[in-house]
Ligand binder design. Structure first.
Ligand SMILES: Nc1ncnc2c1ncn2[C@@H]1O[C@H](COP(=O)(O)OP(=O)(O)OP(=O)(O)O)[C@@H](O)[C@H]1O
Length: 630
């Protein structure tokens, strides 16, 4: 507790403890304290002075700095008085009573004035005291009221405190509950999460389960099937055991059969060779140029045309007879007999014709050069005989020959022969060769040349040659060639009738086992119409046709009379057919005729030409077989 500064001795002599102090306190603290502090201070100092220090309410601390001015003020005044007295007193010697008296008087005066001053002050303070007393009294009642209020407030506070405590407890409880709930919520969230995971896992498992169920079902079915199979297998196994025993026996038989088969194959090959030789001997005996006559039936559109008499005497002889009208120049009966290697009546089918022709195709497969040609006037059925009509039944010699070649190829393969077939198609029109597999208008020129100086084989230069792997391949080429010929025919009026068409099939064969190989040519020729033309253009064509046909007859005649020189090179046709007509080849001519009265003379010409050809004897044909160079 700060000490209140002491008053000068004079002030203490007033013997007013507390009042003066109070006055000073109220004066000094009035400046730096708050209202509450002032009040507290007032309360403390208005309390009875007999109270012990411990009973006193602690007064607020008064800062030394705050009190300083008042404490300083009082000592300053006293110091002044002190100073005056000391100034006067100090100089008075003790023996100077007068001075001392004066001094005392002076002092008395000062003290007196001070006393009066103090009295005034006392009065002032008394007034103030009264006022303060009043204030203290009112403050006391106020304090009591406040005390009561405080008490009430305290009671209320205590009540509130209790409430607060219970509220705190409640809060605590609620907090705990809340925490509990939070925990539960978290737990619930965790449970929900894990539930979700479990649900998806469940879904997955369910799908898997369904899948497994399905698989189980199918596996069950498979198991059932397997069970059936197992039963079957058991049976089969038993059968297999039996079969194995049989198989062993069979193997023995097979190895035995194999050696037998090899022996038989050798026998077969030898027999085939012999058969081939016999076949060709028979053909040689029959002659290497063979002539057949085919009479075509009248078409529906020609049913009204008058016919001459045709009497087929036997398989090889026939008679043609025409009764000339009475007013005709050559009136009377005109009858002519002919005999050939065979005669095909109007009823003969394509199959019948091919049955006679097929040995020639067989000869080509045996390694001989073969030429089959159709001769006759326009419209006599040459193209029908060689190429045929639509439908397998109407197929002519060319498609049937290629079918036969590919059929025989299978048997030949069994005997160790590997065959390769090449085809080319050409046309000779006005002594010019045209490649029917080349559709371009500007073709390179084609010449007939020797394969080599040693042999008599010929080939046509710049001629397209296509390899054929099946009869279908060949037919495709034949159709292409026919179209090319037709296109040329439309550009060149009736050209197809006025040109020679040649289909060439080249057979190359090799037998590695027997070290044999051969190459043979099968020429299938549809000759131009043999009748004489009537128009100027036709005259020109006819000249060429007649020339080539007459050259053909000359060649045949030369061959017939064993001439040393055969004029093959006089025409493109005879030159091309040279290997087939003379020497090393077999030739078959089909002379085609119709039965119309109007064509009687042309028919006679054709039959006479065919007879000439038939009487031809070529030298014995030679096989082209050579040994493979080892
Ligand atoms: N044996 C036959 N049976 C049925 N119809 C035939 C027979 N021979 C020929 N024909 C038919 O007679 C017609 C004339 O035949 P094709 O065209 O073959 O004669 P062509 O001698 O070739 O004539 P071109 O010299 O003008 O070529 C054709 O319609 C043909 O179908």
């Amino acid at each position: 507790m700060s000490r209140i500064p002491k008053y000068p001795v004079t002030a203490a002599k007033e013997n007013r403890p507390g009042i003066s102090n109070n006055r000073i306190i109220s004066r000094t603290i009035g400046n730096g304290l708050s209202d509450v502090e002032k009040k507290n201070l007032l309360l403390n100092h208005t309390k009875p002075m007999n109270g012990t220090a411990s009973n006193k309410v602690a007064a607020p601390r008064i800062k030394r700095s705050a009190t300083a001015p008042s404490s300083a003020t009082v000592p300053t005044k006293a110091a002044k008085v002190e100073k005056k007295t000391t100034t006067v007193a100090a100089r008075i010697p003790s023996y100077d009573y007068k001075a001392r008296f004066n001094d005392l008087v002076e002092k008395h005066k000062v003290i007196k004035s001070e006393l009066s001053e103090l009295k005034e002050k006392h009065l002032e303070i008394s007034d103030e005291y009264e006022k303060v007393k009043d204030t203290v009294e009112s403050s006391a009642s106020e304090r009591d009221a406040l005390k009561e209020k405080l008490l009430n407030t305290y009671t209320e506070l205590r009540k509130h405190s209790t409430d607060l405590e219970s509220l705190k407890l409640d809060f605590e409880l609620l907090k705990r509950e809340n925490d509990d709930l939070h925990g539960k919520t978290r737990l619930l969230e965790d449970v929900t999460k894990s539930l979700k995971i479990k649900t998806s896992e469940y879904d997955k498992l369910k799908t898997e389960f369904d899948d497994l169920t399905r698989r189980y079902k199918s596996l069950s079915e498979e198991a059932e099937a397997l069970r059936v199979l197992t039963d079957h297998l058991k049976k089969v196994s038993a059968e297999y055991d039996t079969l194995q025993i049989n198989h062993k026996d069979a193997l023995d038989t097979i190895s035995k059969t194999k050696s037998d088969s090899e022996a038989l194959q050798n026998i077969l090959a030898n027999m085939y060779k012999e058969q081939r030789m016999l076949r060709n001997t028979v053909q040689d005996l029959k002659g290497n140029i063979r002539v057949y006559c085919r009479v075509r039936p009248p078409l529906e559109s020609e049913s009204s045309k008058p016919l001459y008499n045709l009497n087929v005497l036997d398989a090889c002889s026939m008679e043609v007879e025409k009764i000339e009208l009475l007013n005709s120049a050559r009136k009377g009966k005109s009858q002519h007999s002919f005999s050939f290697d065979g005669i095909f009546t109007p009823h003969a089918s394509q199959e019948d014709v091919f049955a006679e022709v097929s040995p020639m195709v067989q000869s080509a497969l045996d390694g001989y050069n073969v030429c089959i040609f159709a001769y006759g006037q326009t419209g006599s059925g040459k193209t029908y005989t060689m190429e045929g009509g639509n439908g397998a039944e109407k197929y002519g010699i060319i498609p049937r020959a290629i079918d036969m070649i590919f059929d025989c190829m299978v048997d030949l393969k069994r005997m160790g022969w590997e065959l390769s077939i090449k085809a080319s198609f050409l046309e000779i029109y006005n002594e010019i060769i045209y490649d029917l597999l080349n559709s371009s208008k500007d073709q390179e020129s084609h010449e007939i040349k020797m394969v080599n100086s040693k042999c008599s084989d010929l080939y046509v230069s710049n001629l397209k040659e296509e390899e054929v792997k099946s009869s279908h391949d060949f037919i495709r080429l034949l159709i292409f060639a026919q179209r090319n010929r037709q296109t040329a025919a439309t550009l060149n009026n009736e050209r197809s009738s006025r040109s020679h068409s040649v289909a060439q099939i080249k057979i190359s064969a090799i037998n590695e086992k027997r070290k044999e190989k051969f190459t043979s040519n099968l020429n299938l020729v549809d000759l131009a119409g043999s009748e004489s033309g009537k128009t100027t253009q036709r005259m020109d064509e006819t000249k060429h046709i007649n020339r080539s046909l007459s050259e053909l007859s000359k060649v045949i005649l030369s061959l017939q009379t064993n001439q040393s020189h055969i004029p093959y090179r006089n025409s493109k046709l005879t030159h091309l057919l040279m290997p087939s007509l003379g020497g090393n080849s077999k030739t078959l001519m089909l002379v085609n005729i119709n039965q119309f009265d109007e064509s009687f003379n042309e028919t006679l010409n054709s039959l006479r030409f065919a007879t000439k050809v038939n009487s031809c004897r070529t030298i014995k044909a030679k096989k082209n077989i050579t040994m493979v160079d080892s």
